[in-house]
Design a protein around this ligand. Structure first.
Ligand SMILES: O=P(O)(O)OC[C@H]1O[C@H](O[C@H]2O[C@H](CO)[C@@H](O)[C@H](O)[C@H]2O)[C@H](O)[C@@H](O)[C@@H]1O
Length: 388
């Protein structure tokens, strides 16, 4: 990719641009700032090897509880002092059905969605893992099926469509392989969007760039560029400090890094949590979020998937319009940031992918990626029919 930057320092250091205040970015990026941290601390490339903290740290800060509740099992367990049994499928189904009163099936509510989409421009935002591809043990093998790819391609033919993933943008593009879509990687901290519409393109954190694969001019928005060396350093430290924990897997997403514990024996979860906790103590400008059996370390900037959706809508010229209905489909805690923005700004519909009941800011639900595919196909069929 060829980069032609019109701004030398894309994040944190520039004055607040008056004409970009609508997006609520740039100045707001600082709002998570904590004291004591400095990007120019000169500590890059050292691997802190400190005395480990006490395990009580990760108990008291709630990390372990969050780790245990992430990606809950399909079946509920009933515990007694003498035995543990799986709840009957019927019980589970009753719980799921009553949960669906609050989060109705997007497939069953399709007519209602269409009614509100009539005469509106529809934009589609999709998460990757757990939404377009099923959750699997090895993150490198989370492939989407050909039929899902073709459904996503068809959707992108009729509606502006973007994938917003926690993975690096390059990685998610490699997995999806469709040039028809826009991509936001690293939980929205690395957006490749369209050049076209005004304000977002002039933003100081935007770099005009030529996408070699698609051969077109694009806008590259990377609000956490200055954190790249820090993330790389933390990634290396995490790899080093978790290499003796069987099953631990660390991924570098350029603007954030992930520590997977899906394949780590549960008795070692406190150890992995404590190691991550100890490293983070040295980086007050990084914070931790929880995903599905994954600890995610990211900059403290005020940027997330919700802000990424707002940015993309603005770039597409679809912001603050009554004739636009956006749809966001995702399965994870990080997708809740987008669902929340959808609710607060009345942007359209958030659809949660979940086969177990869980609290969400989404409006609707689907059970799994196969239902996501049905929903995408239904959207395309509706549009084709409407056009005919
Ligand atoms: O925002 P997403 O596209 O949903 O990415 C979130 C994380 O997804 C990946 O991890 C998850 O999926 C893996 C493959 O199914 C699974 O093994 C893991 O347990 C899940 O957490 C990805 O590897 C992470 O880096 C992303 O942050």
């Amino acid at each position: 990719m060829e980069l032609t930057s019109n701004h030398s320092s894309p994040v944190l250091t520039d004055p607040i641009p008056v004409n970009n205040s609508r997006l609520g970015i740039h100045s707001n990026l600082l709002s998570y700032q904590q004291s004591g941290g400095s990007l120019s601390s000169g500590k890059y490339m050292t691997i802190p090897r400190k005395k480990p903290g006490k395990l009580e740290d990760v108990w008291s800060n709630g990390w372990l509880e969050a780790m245990r509740s992430s990606s809950p099992p399909r079946k509920r367990l009933i515990k007694d002092k003498d035995f543990t049994i799986e709840a009957a499928a019927d019980d589970f189904d009753i719980a799921y059905c009553s949960w669906m009163i609050k989060y109705p099936s997007a497939l069953k509510s399709f007519d209602q969605i269409l009614k509100n989409a009539k005469n509106k421009k529809v934009a589609v935002f999709l998460d990757y893992d757990g939404t377009l591809s099923p959750i699997v043990d090895d993150p490198d093998r989370a492939f989407m099926s050909d039929s899902m790819r073709s459904a996503a391609r068809d959707v992108a033919k009729y509606f502006p469509t973007a994938i917003i993933s926690g993975r690096s943008r390059d990685k998610v593009y490699e997995l999806v392989g469709l040039t028809e879509l826009y991509y936001a990687g690293s939980h929205g901290m690395d957006i490749m969007g369209p050049m076209s519409h005004a304000e977002s393109g002039d933003h100081p954190n935007c770099i005009r760039s030529t996408d070699q694969q698609q051969g077109k001019e694009v806008n590259l928005f990377q609000p956490a560029r200055e954190f790249i060396p820090m993330i790389d350093e933390v990634f290396k430290t995490l790899v080093e400090n978790t290499k003796d924990i069987k099953g631990a897997n660390v991924e570098n997403h350029k603007f954030c890094t992930s520590v997977h514990y899906r394949n780590v024996e549960e008795k070692n979860w406190p150890t992995i949590a404590q190691r991550v906790h100890d490293i983070l103590k040295d980086y007050p400008r990084l914070r931790l979020t929880h995903g599905r059996k994954v600890l995610e370390i990211r900059p403290v900037i005020d940027w997330n998937k919700g802000k990424a959706v707002e940015f993309l809508l603005e770039s597409l010229g679809l912001s603050d319009r009554d004739d636009v209905l956006a749809i966001y489909i995702g399965d994870d805690k990080t997708d809740e940031d987008a669902f929340k923005v959808f609710r607060e700004r009345n942007l359209g519909y958030g659809i949660l992918v979940s086969s177990v009941p869980k609290e969400s800011n989404a409006f609707f639900s689907v059970r799994d990626p196969s239902e996501v595919k049905k929903f995408l196909k239904a959207l395309v069929t509706w549009k084709k029919f409407e056009k005919a």
